[in-house]
Design a protein around this ligand. Structure first.
Ligand code: HEC
Length: 152
C-alpha cells in the first residue's frame, strides 16, 4: 500500500509538471478572402458542416476543446491540428495552385466517403462532427460539384 501511495504521489507530481510545458494554441490571423468557403462561395448549410467537422484541424480557425488544455491530451490535439493544417488548410485555399486544389478536392471526397475524415477519435468528443449519412453525402457531393465545375 505504501508503495502504491508513493507511485501515485510521483504520478501526480509528474502530471503537474507536464502542465507547464507550453502548447501554442494561438491561431494565425485569417484572411477571409483566401478562405475556402468565401472563395468557393460555399452555401451556408455546407459551410456549417465544414466548420463543424473539418475546420478545427484544417484551418486557422481552430476552436480548442476543454481537454486541449490538459497535458498530455493537449499534445495530441496540437499534433493533429499541425498535421491536419500541413496536409490541407482551408484558410489559405486561394494560395493553392490548381493541381493541389484538384488533389485536395478528390481526397476530401474520398476521406469523407470512406469515413476516414473527420478523424473517428475526434467524433467521440464532437457530436456536431458526427455527420449523419445525409450530411456526409451533402458534403461529399458539394466537393464533387466544385471539382466538376473546374472553377477552382
Ligand atoms: C481531429 C483533426 C481532424 C479533423 C476534424 C479532420 N481532419 Fe482531415 N486530417 C487530419 C490529419 C492529422 C491528417 C493527416 C494524417 C492523415 O492523413 O491521417 C488529415 C488528412 C486529411 C486529408 C488528406 C490530405 C493529404 O494530403 O493526403 C484530407 C483530404 C482531409 N484530411 C480532409 C478532411 C475533411 C474533409 C474533414 C472534415 C470532414 C477533415 N479532414 C477533418 C486531421 C483532421
Amino acid at each position: 500500500m505504501k508503495k502504491f501511495k508513493k507511485i501515485f504521489f510521483w504520478f501526480l507530481v509528474g502530471f503537474a509538471i507536464i502542465q507547464f510545458i507550453p502548447v501554442d494554441k494561438v491561431n494565425k490571423p485569417v484572411d477571409q478572402n483566401k478562405n475556402f468557403a468565401k472563395v468557393e462561395k460555399t452555401p451556408a448549410k455546407v459551410e456549417k458542416l465544414l466548420k463543424n467537422a473539418c475546420y478545427d484541424c484544417h484551418s486557422n480557425e481552430t476552436v480548442y476543446p476543454k481537454y486541449a488544455y490538459i497535458a498530455p491530451f493537449s499534445w495530441s490535439v496540437k499534433s493533429h491540428v499541425n498535421e491536419g493544417r500541413e496536409h490541407l488548410n482551408f484558410s489559405v485555399w486561394k494560395t493553392y495552385n490548381k493541381d493541389l486544389k484538384e488533389s485536395m478536392l478528390k481526397k476530401s471526397i474520398q476521406t469523407i466517403d470512406n469515413k476516414v475524415m473527420p478523424m473517428p477519435a475526434y467524433i467521440i468528443y464532437h457530436d456536431e462532427a458526427n455527420l449523419s449519412k445525409e450530411e456526409r453525402l451533402l458534403l461529399s457531393n458539394y466537393f464533387k460539384g466544385v471539382l466538376d465545375s473546374k472553377k477552382y
